[in-house]
Design a protein around this ligand. Structure first.
Ligand code: HEC
Length: 120
């Protein structure tokens, strides 16, 4: 039988684990943060917002996509201020995957598995 304090720590740990979800616009799924409306106004005319939100990368990645769409897909020119806002927003909220995700826990950092069958 586990020590009662260990049990209560485990319960506490489980109850605080869920990460606070960022608020999202229900229509597009965009994270609501500074600049999101400029992104909405410029980035969902030709394809769904999910094409944007499924992508991720640093500022240079997003800039290269914008230039590619401007050169080959008919995306209009963005004024410098809007372009900067869009790049800041996307690289912050849809940034490089390795930077936004914590490394996996090592096995010895995981809590004991409560469902593991006891000794047979
Ligand atoms: C004038 C039309 C148009 C607008 C406006 C537009 N795009 Fe695109 N975009 C495209 C087309 C066409 C594709 C490729 C076709 C597809 O996959 O549906 C594409 C593809 C993408 C992709 C997927 C790229 C990949 O590697 O698969 C992303 C991400 C993207 N757009 C982001 C954006 C962002 C961010 C904006 C706003 C700055 C934007 N788009 C605005 C036309 C547009």
């Amino acid at each position: 039988m586990a020590h009662p304090i260990a049990v209560s720590l485990l319960v506490l740990g489980l109850s605080v684990t869920p990460v606070l979800a960022a608020e999202q616009d229900p229509n597009t799924g965009f994270v609501i943060a500074p600049g999101w409306e400029i992104v909405r106004n410029n980035c969902i005319a030709c394809h769904s917002a999910s094409l944007v939100t499924q992508n991720s990368g640093d500022r240079a990645h997003w800039l290269s996509l914008i230039r590619w769409m401007q050169e080959t897909q008919g995306l209009w020119q963005l004024d410098d201020s809007s372009e900067n806002t869009i790049l800041e927003y996307l690289s912050s909220y849809y940034g490089p995957k390795e930077g936004t995700r914590r490394p996996a826990l090592r096995a010895d950092q995981l809590p004991p598995n409560p469902y593991r069958p006891s000794k047979t």
